[in-house]
Design a protein. Structure first.
Length: 535
């Protein structure tokens, strides 16, 4: 027997030495990972939109847990998890020596558990992502997951910037689970802070006004973009119904969507400004000239007529836009021709991403001329048979506001302490055409096309849009569901703000002039005061 004991000892110390040492090390030396701490997201004025708060994680080593059932029964109500799940994790000694029982635990709850001195339980510090403004800009901010990785919105877009480096700690424990010595500690580094162009107060007020509009008109949803046409900076990007960013992971994809960037829609009459701008640039039409407009046009088996029945008229371009004449806009489109109209649509940036720093941007749908039917020239000039995004439409009107120079929309003002310079502008149209268009759009608001968009003390230039929504089966257009929109710029002579309001399916029937224009007026009036833009 003595020989057998000696033989076993030699065997363990030689053949099995490495394996036994590894097992001992696994039981006595543990390495804990500390998730990287994210940078803070601020609004343009330094208000916190997304921050990291101290939280705790609870892990267990089944090897040291003396009574798994009793421990699970104690922890379950505190951690708000199923007692059987905890029991399974703490009873299985065949897997990892350390298993997570709960993440992002309130420090108060963790302290209560720590006071019990339960052998085999370990408490570690980590960070919980919190959105102190709750619903404000929730669909823009997105969210970060349990491991502090950006999963949606600006949290995803700026993940490389906001993410720091994780840390780790190696600790020696005695056989009873008490910590003896720290072998190594790597703290990691915190991510960079980011300052957005968003103004928190303006964003809040915009969401409130849109929510009131949604309620008043029993609408499906609404969106708003407020943009500085001179720099491309987005001061507000609102979506309603609003959601709480702190519950973002529990929301449906429908609730998470940032409609202004990710949704395609047919714009309707707001698109007529693109058609008229293209006609002026190509010389197909001229300012001051009148055009004979019959009550209707027949194109490819389709009848084009205005929303309001009328007789024969001779209208100039300003009157065509003020009366939102479908026949007038199609007349301009026909003078341009398919190819030139298409070229200008593409030049304005439709059918392509704007380049805004937001993930999942849609590009809209623009058919090439070779795919047009005989009736397409009767659709596209009035904003049907083409799909756009709200941010594309805002950029197009910002181009008119900025004397013909398009600026890339942006949501990021600073990374760390370094300002993010706006991208170089692209001249789309002449300064003269832009100035003429602003005059026409001012005429729309002041001569009866959109009286509810007027703001006391300011000249407003803008255009309404009321677009029938395509039927889901592609067989035509709905007679009940519309998108009402208004896009305006102010002050008209030297615009400093471009504001787009889009309301999806207002009921009973309401269009851009009755639904979107009043919301525009309230939002823009607040914005002018907030941004201290003089009358």
């Amino acid at each position: 027997m003595f020989v057998l004991v000696i033989g076993k000892t030699v065997y363990l110390q030689t053949v099995k030495a490495e394996e036994m040492a590894a097992k001992a090390n696994e039981q006595q030396v543990k390495e804990f990972q500390f998730p990287a701490r994210r940078g803070t997201i601020f609004d343009r004025n330094g208000r916190e939109l997304a921050v990291g708060e101290d939280a705790k994680s609870i892990t267990a080593d089944p090897y040291f847990i003396e009574d798994p059932l009793k421990t699970a029964q104690y922890l379950a109500p505190l951690l708000k998890v199923d007692v059987n799940d905890l029991l399974d994790k703490m009873s299985d000694r065949s897997k990892s020596s350390s298993v997570y029982l709960a993440r992002k635990v309130d420090p108060g709850v963790a302290a209560q558990i720590e006071d019990e001195h339960i052998t085999g339980l370990f408490i570690h510090s980590e960070e919980k992502r919190v959105y102190p403004q709750k619903q404000v800009a929730a669909q823009v901010l997105g969210f970060a997951g349990v491991d502090n990785n950006g999963l949606a919105g600006m949290e995803l877009q700026l993940d490389d910037v906001l993410s720091g480096t994780s840390g780790s700690q190696r600790v020696i424990f005695d056989p009873t689970g008490n910590q003896i010595e720290t072998l190594s500690l790597e703290e990691g580094s915190r991510g960079q802070d980011v300052t957005l162009t968003i103004d928190q107060a303006l964003q809040f007020e915009t969401e409130k006004i849109l929510s009131d509009t949604l309620s008043q008109w029993s609408a499906k949803g609404a969106a708003c973009v407020i943009m500085d046409p001179r720099t491309g900076a987005i001061y507000a990007m609102a979506n309603v119904p609003t959601v709480d960013a702190n519950n973002f992971s529990q929301l449906s994809n429908e609730q998470r969507r940032n409609r202004a960037v990710t949704d395609n829609y047919e714009p309707g009459s707001v698109f007529k400004s693109v058609t008229v701008s293209a006609g002026l640039e190509e010389g197909a039409v001229a300012p001051g000239q009148t055009y004979y407009l019959p009550p209707s046009l027949e194109l490819g088996g389709r009848t084009i007529k205005d929303a309001v029945d009328r007789g024969e008229v001779d209208w100039d371009l300003g009157e065509i836009l003020t009366h939102s004449s479908n026949v007038g806009a199609v007349t301009v489109g026909m003078r341009l021709g398919d190819q030139k109209l298409y070229d200008w649509i593409m030049k304005f940036g439709f059918g392509a991403a704007t380049g805004i720093d937001f993930p999942g941007e849609a590009t809209g749908i623009v058919w090439a001329p070779q795919d047009w039917s005989e009736s397409t020239i009767g659709n596209v000039p009035i904003g049907q048979g083409i799909s756009v995004t709200a941010i594309q439409m805002a950029e197009a009107y910002a181009t008119i506001a900025n004397n013909g120079v398009a600026m890339t929309p942006t949501l990021v003002a600073k990374i760390g302490d370094e300002p993010v310079a706006p991208a170089e502008g692209r001249r789309i149209m002449s300064e003269q055409t832009a100035r003429i268009m602003r005059g026409y759009l001012q005429q729309v608001v002041e001569d009866g096309g959109a009286p509810l968009a007027q703001i006391e003390g300011y000249h407003v230039a803008g255009k309404t849009g009321t677009a029938q929504k395509p039927l889901p089966d592609g067989s035509g257009y709905s007679e009940e569901n519309y998108i009402g929109s208004f896009i305006g710029m102010v002050p008209a002579a030297d615009p400093q703000l471009v504001v787009l309001v889009m309301v999806d399916e207002p009921h009973p029937f309401g269009g851009g002039s009755t639904v979107a224009a009043p919301a525009f007026q309230k939002i823009t009036q607040f914005a002018l005061q907030k941004m201290e833009i003089a009358p």
